[in-house]
Design a protein around this ligand. Structure first.
Ligand code: NAP
Length: 314
């Protein structure tokens, strides 16, 4: 392998963490390659308005925020590619990353592959995805004009989805497995204040009904065991996320759910491989915290690379 084939830094993932890492690394003249994936932009591409990212006092649309981050990274020389990493080899340096478009080698890697929506795991839920079942209210909400929909979950995502869906749907029923929401106070207040939103507490969805499209759901009250049917046209699942770490299993140390456990600042158990954003953060999972971790990982990678270079010259 020619030394010019080996990049200083490859960033896997094109969400707030990956793009922010790219901005920092590009400004440090590491000429990073960002393997951003076919779903470049990450979860913010599926959100509507972002109100809590500092610097945008009147809010900004999620996809626009990501487009701006991407342009900012490119301005300083980051190369951003929308293909997927398919396999990694972290057994020796330079690290090898296989993609749909060939192999790449790098002295350092930042993993910023984020997290994806979780499903309930019901057979009929999976069968009816795209036919009334969705995990993305902002993507699919408009299909439910004057229809009845339900949202499963009690966190901020569920409230955000429920509120968004009131723009189209005639009624939105939130189904939560406890009698208290996990969502932040402001989101709870907004949801409680909205006439179109009603709540079914202490309940779980046990089946999704309908042959070719969703016609209803079977709900079970977890306190009484009582089952009932709710007629709806759309079911939105908003029960949290799981980290996208399949690719790194066997190489990188993770917790039992699959979140990467950093060892030293943002560095993982593999020296020279760093992690940033939702992929290593089961706690905060905000765009701004992911971006912050991206900056940290880029700084850590830059310092580590400088150390390696220094040691090689000794
Ligand atoms: P989350 O906070 O983990 O909430 C997931 C919800 O789904 C919880 O209410 C949980 O119930 C429920 N749930 C989990 N598994 C379930 C299952 N198998 N069946 C039924 N219900 C289930 O996830 P999130 O709402 O996606 O939020 C993730 C993070 O992003 C949070 O830090 C949140 O603050 C942030 N976020 C912020 C905003 C905003 O600020 N506007 C918007 C979206 C997300 P329990 O409560 O019983 O555990």
């Amino acid at each position: 392998m020619m030394s010019e084939d080996v990049r200083e830094l490859i960033i896997i993932g094109g969400g707030p963490a990956g793009y922010t890492a790219a901005i920092y690394a590009a400004r440090a003249e590491l000429k990073p390659l960002v393997i951003a994936g076919y779903e470049a932009g990450g979860q913010l591409m599926l959100t509507n308005e972002v109100e809590n990212f500092p610097g945008f006092p009147t809010g900004i649309m999620g996809p626009e925020l990501m487009e701006r981050m991407r342009r900012q990274a490119e301005r300083f020389g980051a190369e951003i590619q929308n293909f997927n990493a398919t396999k990694v080899d972290f057994s020796k340096r330079p690290f090898k990353i296989e993609t749909d478009w060939g192999e790449y080698y790098a002295k350092a890697v930042i993993i910023a592959t984020g997290a994806s929506a979780k499903w309930l795991g019901l057979e009929n839920e999976q069968r009816l995805i795209g036919r009334g079942v969705s995990s993305c209210a902002t993507c699919d909400g408009a299909f439910f004009k004057d229809k009845k929909v339900a949202v499963v979950g009690g966190g901020d995502s569920a409230m955000e989805d429920a509120l968004f869906l009131t723009r189209y749907a005639s009624s939105v029923t939130v189904i939560h497995r406890r009698d208290q929401l996990r969502a932040s106070k402001i989101m709870q207040q907004r949801a409680f204040a909205n006439d179109k939103i009603n709540f079914i507490w202490n309940s779980v969805v046990v089946d999704v009904l309908g042959k070719d499209k969703v016609e209803g759901i079977k709900i079970k009250n977890v306190k009484t065991g009582e089952e009932s049917i709710l007629e709806i046209d759309g079911l939105f699942i908003a029960i949290g996320h799981k980290p996208n770490t399949e690719l790194f299993k066997g190489w990188i140390e993770m917790n039992e759910i699959g979140y990467i456990i950093p060892k030293k600042y943002t560095m993982t158990n593999v020296e020279g491989v760093f992690a940033a954003g939702d992929v290593a953060d089961p706690r905060y999972r905000q765009a701004i915290t992911a971006a912050g971790m991206g900056a940290q990982a880029a700084i850590d990678a830059e310092r580590w690379l400088a150390e390696q270079e220094h040691n090689e010259k000794q």
